[in-house]
Write a protein that binds this ligand. Structure first.
Ligand code: ATP
Ligand code: MG
Ligand code: FE
Length: 336
């Protein structure tokens, strides 16, 4: 089954051809990052317009790279939520048009199901059940993947997402947007134990996260230094902040892995490409004899191959969407 997948939920216009959910035949990503960097974040109206400009070209390239035409495609997969409504609509409208013109089945995909499914592409032996930590720009979800397409959310952030915290702290120390990769890099020059930033734990919800207190604490630290006219070490702030995030992510996640008695664990989402997070998870999993899975960095951030992988398993389970498919900006994982 060859699926042409389309992703346009935020600031990447992406298309990919994926065979049987696991074999990535092409993966084309047109990123708008340079454009949005000028504004310090994603501007929704600009994102939508740019998607419209790029989408046909990106799809043509994905087909060409796969050595195919639409005649070789068996189904269309598309992200229909969550995300920016205007951005999502571009991909959804395009997918519906192709499905209608070529009389192909249409499969709408949840963006986070896509991030989780990115793991299937390079890890051919990974099968549910497993625990997955989704850490992206808008989500921090601890998920029990019971089966393909079957998810129990066992923990989530109460406030900011992990990626959001990285981006906000990066902005505060003048690193610019997107902050995650820049904090990752600068942290290597800093001391992670230099500043004891707080780590939030919730007694009543051991698998939940909270990052807004940590973010405020970093901002307060910077303000206090500026008031006293003392220089602060940006690399130490980056490293100490990053450590505080990672410690909580690892602790809560491993509690879930132990509690659910799982021997497989995966990470997903943009923050999953963080080198220190990967290293810390690797160690924690090795201590438990748990197999650790993660996508390559290019499959961690937004792409369409992950949507193709997710669409395949939805397709096999019988999911079909009509030409009335709409963008759902606040779509919940596990909803249809
Ligand atoms: P969502 O998937 O929740 O809708 P999104 O699609 O915007 O949000 P992703 O593309 O999955 O998010 O990830 C982008 C986020 O990942 C940004 O917040 C970015 O700073 C963060 N990120 C990327 N690389 C790294 C890294 N090496 N270390 C930490 N964070 C990173
Ligand atoms: Mg993005
Ligand atoms: Fe994403």
């Amino acid at each position: 089954v060859n699926i042409l997948a389309i992703e346009s939920s935020c600031d990447e216009t992406a298309a990919s051809v994926v065979c049987n959910g696991r074999e990535m035949l092409s993966n084309v990503i047109s990123s708008q990052i340079d454009l949005h960097t000028l504004y310090g974040g994603v501007v929704p109206e600009i994102a939508s317009r740019k998607h419209i400009e790029k989408i046909n070209q990106v799809i043509e390239e994905a087909l060409r790279e796969a050595g195919m035409t639409l005649d070789n495609i068996d189904a269309i997969g598309v992200t229909y939520g969550p995300g920016l409504v205007g951005a999502l609509l571009v991909g959804v409208a395009e997918a519906k048009a192709i499905a209608y013109a070529k009389n192909l089945p249409l499969v709408g995909v949840h963006h986070i199901e896509g991030h989780i499914s990115a793991n299937y592409i390079e890890n051919k032996n990974l099968e549910p059940p497993f625990i997955c930590l989704v850490v992206s720009g808008g989500h921090t979800h601890l998920v029990c993947v019971k089966d393909y397409g079957k998810y129990d959310i066992i923990g989530r952030t109460r406030d900011d997402a992990a990626g959001e915290a990285f981006d906000k702290v990066a902005r505060a120390i003048g690193l610019g947007y997107p902050g995650g990769p820049k904090i990752d890099k600068l942290s290597k020059e800093g001391n992670p134990n230099a500043i004891p930033f707080p780590k939030a734990h919730m007694d009543d919800a051991p698998y939940d996260f909270s990052f807004s207190g940590l973010k405020s604490s970093v901002l307060n630290y910077i303000n206090a230094c500026e008031m006293k006219h003392v220089e602060y070490n940006r690399a130490d702030i980056a490293a100490s902040f990053q450590k505080a995030v990672i410690d909580v992510l690892v602790e809560n996640t491993m509690k879930a892995v132990d509690r659910y008695d799982m021997n497989r664990f995966a990470i997903a989402g943009g923050v999953a490409s963080n080198s220190s997070l990967r290293a810390a998870m690797e160690v924690a999993c090795a201590e438990r004899g748990v197999q650790f899975f993660h996508p390559s960095p290019i499959l961690c951030t937004d792409n369409a191959a992950m949507i193709g992988a997710a669409a395949y398993y939805e397709y096999m389970a019988g999911t079909r969407h009509g030409l009335d498919l709409n963008a759902v900006p606040n779509l919940k994982l596990g909803e249809r």
